[in-house]
Write a protein that binds this ligand. Structure first.
Ligand SMILES: C[S@@+](CC[C@H](N)C(=O)[O-])C[C@H]1O[C@@H](n2cnc3c(N)ncnc32)[C@H](O)[C@@H]1O
Length: 198
């Protein structure tokens, strides 16, 4: 997990390096304690340009995000305790320059992955990036997920997936910017174990 975190942070830093000048918007879906994003922002030259919303269902996680952001002097970081699958939460932060979807695709059904990718076109603005992860255990879904991104006009930019038991990938959205539909839902977070037992 430490290696995966380091790779996610590497891809976040590269995405911020390439982002357009001016204010930047970041969305983290099922953020955990936000270590990936906050770990990068603490020393990144774009840190004060970034406004972000990090959503997690567990209050202990969002409290940890808020307190870490405060310690680092990051002013525009909002941690929200809520169901991150609901699009209503993203109305003020979309379209985003960067969307983090890490630790999600291994915990939702294939049908919901496909649906989430399609709805992600409403989270990313044209040119925005999405960083996602997925384990590579059998059946390895990484190539299939890449093909679904491709079908929705996301171009693969970075991939750390070879010779590893997890994939960390960045895709860039090249389609048109679309409005949020507030009552849409992306997924049911059923969990890795339930998926294996199904
Ligand atoms: C596997 S962890 C990933 C955390 C972080 N993104 C990472 O990559 O390390 C999944 C997180 O999703 C959160 N979670 C589960 N269901 C959720 C939901 N419906 N809405 C928001 N967060 C959820 C859990 O509390 C947990 O922190």
């Amino acid at each position: 997990m430490a290696l995966r975190l380091a790779e996610v942070q590497n891809q976040i830093a590269l995405s911020l390096n390439k982002a357009p000048s001016g204010p930047l918007r970041v969305i983290s879906v099922c953020a955990g304690q936000g270590r990936d994003l906050l770990g990068v922002l603490q020393s990144h030259f774009r840190r004060d340009d970034v406004s972000a919303i990090l959503i997690d269902l567990e209050e202990q996680n969002t409290l940890a995000i808020q307190s870490a952001a405060q310690k680092l002097g990051l002013k525009n970081i909002r941690a929200l305790t809520a169901d991150a699958s609901k699009m209503e939460h993203y109305v003020t932060m979309a379209p985003a320059d960067l969307v983090l979807m890490c630790g999600v695709f291994g915990n939702i059904s294939d049908k919901d992955i496909r649906r989430t990718i399609s709805i992600s076109r409403r989270l990313c603005g044209h040119g925005g990036r999405i960083i996602w992860t997925r384990h590579r255990r059998n059946p390895d879904m990484v190539p299939r997920i890449c093909s679904w991104f491709h079908a929705e006009k996301f171009e693969q930019e970075l991939s750390a997936a070879e010779d590893k038991d997890y994939g960390v990938l960045t895709h860039r959205y090249l389609g048109k910017t679309r409005p949020i539909v507030p009552d849409e839902r992306m997924f049911d977070f059923v969990g890795y174990r339930s998926l294996r037992e199904a």
